[in-house]
Design a protein around this ligand. Structure first.
Ligand SMILES: Nc1nc2c(c(=O)[nH]1)N[C@H]1C(S)=C(S)[C@@H](COP(=O)(O)O)O[C@H]1N2
Ligand SMILES: [Mo]
Length: 430
């Protein structure tokens, strides 16, 4: 948790006044009301009155230049993706969104998680083409200029890798900040052409229940996606948070299949083939399948479960002060909207409804917050999400009971952090 350190609180009288605008106060009151019994208004202050410090003079000389493309500040404490890659397999690996170091719900493009099976291809947009073929009346080829003439739409949506959080299937709880364990999920505003528009132009044969998508990269990724989902809400995404999709995330075009596991969101999109049967590619049958308790294999497990994680405080933090803290986290579900998030600060005995920060969007990350007072005694913090489809996030014992221990994907159990008397935060199974 990024505690306000005493020395960095610029509590000049004017700034203190500003923070007391009526809206800030009533918002806080609302907050407190929702969480009645957890913290009293008087306990919210962590700031310390300091004498106004003299600003360093170096800030007050003429500063740096304009830039054509802004870069984030880089410093030792800047949010960065962590990369876990297998150096023996070219371009195979992931990089993690630092969820614990970000706020709100939108992931900056440079911090969107990455999953490549064979690296990021260099694609010349002038030579890029998308082909729609197979069981269609009229096979079509689009170049990028043509595609840009079609009607576009935007939606805010998360993408989550099916393998997100999968270290938690192991019997020992990983000790890393939230993003480096659960950060194979990111959320962006994606803009592009609804795939239904393009399929309509191609004219789908009536038995074509599947669409097989592949990309230009060397990985040979090919996935079979049910046509119903394609026609429902799948986009050929060209923009990510307003700018062209980043090379790492599929430039110049990728599929956005809202709420469905990462692999079907094919990047560097090359071709879409309509078919009455799935391709049964390696990615349909070997990867992204799970061994069940009864020994059978679950395939085509597309929809991501309902899930929440606390992002602050997180494992590795040390709470250096008693008193008021804000518990903050993210919740999401592949089947609709997050309807409720509950937080327990007492080992799961009592659950308090957290405030969901609007807007709460379908298949998007949702921010939850809860004011909390730490009295200095050892505690555990956990969050549990529910969705508009009636699904509830399971605790770990229930997930293992239901799914067995041979799973690799789709881990969505309640995550627990313990805080010791010295303020140190650890990830625990409890
Ligand atoms: N062509 C292609 N598409 C791909 C992949 C890939 O390796 N090649 N990886 C998939 C996987 S497993 C995931 S989780 C998402 C990751 O998208 P991102 O890198 O934009 O976060 O892309 C999917 N699309
Ligand atoms: Mo993935």
């Amino acid at each position: 948790m990024r505690l306000i350190k005493k020395s960095s609180v610029a509590a000049t009288p004017s700034e203190t006044e500003k923070s007391k605008t009526p809206s800030a106060t009533s918002h806080r009151r609302q907050f407190i009301k929702r969480a009645a019994g957890v913290v009293s208004l008087g306990a919210t202050g962590t700031a310390t009155q300091l004498a106004a410090e003299k600003l360093p003079e170096s800030w007050q000389v003429p500063g740096g230049d304009f830039s054509n493309y802004g870069q984030p500040r880089t410093a030792i404490d800047s949010p960065i993706r962590w990369v876990s890659a297998d150096r023996s397999l070219s371009g195979d690996g992931v990089s993690w969104t630092p969820l614990h170091a970000l706020e709100g719900t939108i992931t900056p493009n440079g911090l969107h998680f990455e999953r490549h099976h064979n690296g990021v291809p260099v694609i010349d947009p002038a030579r890029w083409q998308l082909t729609i073929h197979g069981a269609v009346k009229q096979p079509l080829v689009f170049d990028l200029n043509t595609l840009h003439r079609y009607p576009m739409t935007s939606r805010i949506s998360f993408i989550e890798c099916g393998g997100n959080s999968n270290s938690l299937w192991h019997p020992t709880p990983a000790q890393a900040p939230t993003g480096y364990v659960h950060g194979l999920v990111s959320c962006s505003e994606w803009t592009g052409v609804p795939l239904s528009v393009l399929m309509d132009e191609a004219g789908i044969d009536k038995n074509a229940r599947w669409l097989i998508a592949d990309g230009y990269d060397a990985s040979g990724v090919a996935v079979s996606i049910p046509m119903d989902k394609i026609l429902d809400d799948t986009l050929v995404a060209l923009y990510q948070n307003g700018e062209p999709v980043r090379p790492e995330n599929g430039f110049p075009a990728r599929l956005l299949v809202p709420g469905w596991e990462g692999i079907v969101n094919v990047k560097w999109l090359r071709a879409l083939r309509a078919s009455d049967v799935p391709q049964m590619s390696r990615f349909d049958t070997v990867s992204y399948t799970d061994l069940q308790k009864d020994g059978s294999i679950e395939r085509f497990s597309f929809e991501m479960g309902v899930k929440s994680v606390i992002t602050s405080p997180t494992a590795g933090d040390t709470l250096s002060q008693h008193g008021y803290h804000q518990i903050s986290g993210l919740a999401w579900t592949g089947s609709g909207q997050v309807s409720r998030v509950e937080v327990s600060t007492d080992g799961g005995n009592h659950w308090i409804e957290a405030v969901l920060q609007p807007p709460v969007l379908d298949k998007a990350l949702t921010r939850f917050r809860l004011p909390w007072r730490w009295d200095g005694a050892p505690v555990t913090l956990r969050s549990r999400a529910y969705d508009s489809n009636g699904l509830a996030q399971p605790d770990r014992a229930t997930l293992l009971e239901n799914r067995g221990t041979n799973m690799y994907y789709h881990y969505n159990a309640v995550v627990v952090f313990s805080i010791a008397a010295d303020g140190s935060v650890r990830h625990v199974y409890a």
